[in-house]
Design a binder for this molecule. Structure first.
Ligand code: NAP
Length: 489
């Protein structure tokens, strides 16, 4: 299945070399659909992380000095290699992450689009000049690569989360040390192999792999280093806060894409069919393991029963199975912890009065599959209201007053995504304006594109990925003040 770097089995990529852990320790990567072991990867720690930092530090001057056109050419070749190998990469992703093959291949194509976008951005880095009247001087304002970047990524989009960080960093002229999630290191290694084939110089992209216990050691080594200037992290808010604390010691620039608890509001005048379609894709894609997935679905009382019935009918039709089966529309959850969390939230909701309209339990064909679930009569006392589910559970809350639902929607420390469905677009836009979120979809559930700034407010994060803001995360602004010669001298 994995046609990439057989030599990389048991090895990670540091300083342009495929390397085993110094201790020779490995850990298995398993297929969540059936628990089978796909590969063994190195279990690295502080020593290998320091080696990666040294390699990146050494590579920085020449990579930063490489012309933006040449950097862009390497990125474009890398993107093309992703497209050329999309089928194999997709199969590998399905095997280690579980998502249906079509979704996996789609993610590879999206990842290639991210790389291409930033290849273009590399060529469009502009500075400014300004007059400084009181000093008889001219000021040059330039954007410079920030330096060595640490990137830590989650397992839910194991290729897109990597390219969304690595591509803008490389485009800006910054070398990267990437620590992918324990559950999905193989795609990251395959991407590194393709980057090497694309001509990326040694040390510019380094991958350090470790299991969950080693994650804290690797990240602490990165955070303590004065040779690492920037952290770009995607993951939970809890780990994000920990990293904020650790990064304070060396005052790193931070980009944090953290957890979500998205509200989705179906207004009184909504086209119910459009809203049901929106929930189906935003909530059940990737088995609901998405930071932007609607976690709280608020439906106006006038359309609540119709919406609940239509959504339930559609959700019952979702085909659950191994992602490699072409009929599968939803794969397994990533691991046992994820299944336990989802089951706990459903049980908590039912104990507090929710009604299960469909699903609600672990399902065939394996221990990590969870039935697509719809819950009616959700209330604010339930854990599902305040905690991110990260699973295929649609919880329906009923509302009457718009002011009340806006207050409810904003009653969270998260603020990543939000959705509003209503036929009167101007009115829906008024509601959207009052929602505290980095991204709002109006009659639209697809919020992600390389051209759209991605990120959250409140405890959902700091900074933006994608768009022209994405590359700015990896740049510092430098002001050079040039004193003009006095005409009298
Ligand atoms: P996570 O547990 O925070 O893990 C994310 C990354 O941090 C992984 O590489 C993980 O390594 C590492 N990590 C875990 N504990 C660490 C520690 N103590 N010190 C340093 N690093 C540590 O999150 P997850 O469960 O993988 O992902 C789900 C979360 O990510 C959800 O909250 C979701 O909303 C969020 N997310 C946000 C976005 C966004 O763009 N805002 C996108 C996707 C996901 P291990 O895998 O080895 O534990």
């Amino acid at each position: 299945m994995w046609k990439f770097a057989t030599e990389a089995n048991g090895k990670a990529f540091i300083a342009g070399q495929w390397q085993a852990a110094a201790s020779a320790a490995t850990f298995p990567v398993t297929n969540p659909a059936d628990g089978s072991v796909i590969a063994n990867v190195p279990n690295m720690g502080a020593k290998e992380t320091q080696d990666a930092i040294a390699a990146a530090h050494d590579a920085f001057p020449s990579w930063a000095a490489t012309s933006s056109k040449d950097r862009a050419a390497i990125l474009e070749t890398w993107a093309q290699l992703l497209r050329d190998n999309a089928e194999d990469l997709g199969e590998l992703m399905t095997a280690e992450q579980g998502k249906p093959l079509l979704e996996a291949i789609g993610e590879i194509m999206t990842s290639a689009d991210y790389i291409d976008w930033f290849a273009e951005e590399a060529k469009h880095v502009h500075g400014e000049t300004a007059d400084a009247p009181s000093q008889n001087a001219t000021v040059q304002i330039s954007r410079e690569p920030i330096g060595v970047v640490a990137a830590i990524t989650p397992w839910n989009f194991p290729a897109a989360m990597v390219t969304r960080k690595v591509a803008p960093a490389l485009a800006a002229g910054c070398p990267v040390i990437l620590k992918p999630a324990e559950d999905t290191p193989l795609i990251a290694l395959a991407l590194a192999e393709l980057a090497e084939r694309a001509g990326l110089p040694a040390g510019v992209l380094n991958i350090v792999i470790g299991d969950r216990a080693q994650a804290a050691v690797i990240s602490k080594t990165l955070m303590d280093s004065t040779d690492v200037e920037k952290l770009s992290f995607t993951g939970s808010t809890d780990v994000g806060k920990l990293l904020i604390g650790q990064s304070a010691k060396t005052v790193k620039k931070l980009a944090l894409e953290l957890g979500g608890n998205a509200p989705l509001i179906v207004l009184e005048d909504a086209d119910v069919d459009v809203a049901v379609k929106g929930v189906l894709s935003a909530k059940f894609m990737n088995a609901g393991q998405m930071c932007v997935a609607p976690n709280r679905i608020y439906v106006h009382e006038k359309v609540y029963d119709e919406f609940a019935q239509k959504l339930t009918e559609a959700v019952k039709d979702i085909k659950v199975g191994d992602g490699l089966d072409p009929n599968t529309q939803m794969g397994p959850l990533i691991n046992q912890k994820a299944v336990d969390k989802v089951q706990h939230q459903v049980d908590d909701a039912v104990a507090k009065g929710a009604e299960i309209l469909c699903g609600g339990h672990v399902s065939q064909p394996g221990t990590l599959f969870f039935e697509p679930t719809v819950l009616k009569n959700a209330t604010p006392e339930m854990e599902i209201k305040s905690q991110e589910t990260f699973g295929p559970v649609a919880a329906l809350f009923k509302f009457r007053e718009e002011a009340e639902v806006i207050t409810q929607a904003n009653d969270t420390r998260y603020g990543l995504a939000a959705y509003v469905f209503g036929r009167d677009e101007a009115h829906a836009a008024e509601v959207a304006k009052q929602l505290q979120a980095g991204m709002v979809g109006i009659n639209e559930s697809m919020l992600i594109d390389e051209a759209i700034p991605f990120g959250g407010v409140k405890e959902s994060g700091i900074g933006r990925e994608n768009s022209h803001f994405g590359i700015e995360e990896y740049q510092e602004i430098k002001s050079t003040i040039i004193k003009k010669k006095s005409p009298h001298i």
